[in-house]
Design a protein around this ligand. Structure first.
Ligand code: FES
Length: 90
């Protein structure tokens, strides 16, 4: 199934549109913001970001199945939102 576009809500209430073919990290960087990252493939854990609301569609190789199920944090270089909106500690 093809990926869907969704919206990320930041701590200051601003919103970033993530296109269907774009990662959260890429959409974040496209706004001129920067954050630490390394592999950009879901393997290193550098881009781990806390979830403030909503749920992630986890696609990383860092978090355990249990950690993914807890929906506390996500790797924004690969993982996406389940649904239309997700809040992130950014
Ligand atoms: S940059 Fe390595 S897991 Fe996201």
């Amino acid at each position: 199934m093809q990926d869907q576009a969704f919206t990320v809500v930041l701590n200051d209430g601003s919103e970033i549109a993530v296109l269907a073919d774009q990662t959260i990290l890429a959409a974040f960087e496209a706004t001129g913001r920067r954050m630490l990252n390394s592999c950009r493939e879901g393997n290193c854990g550098t881009c781990e970001t806390d979830i403030t609301f909503g749920e992630a569609d986890h696609r990383d190789e860092v978090l355990t199945d249990e950690e993914q199920a807890e929906q506390v944090s996500m790797m924004i270089c690969v993982s996406r939102a389940k649904g239309d909106r997700i809040g992130l500690d950014l």
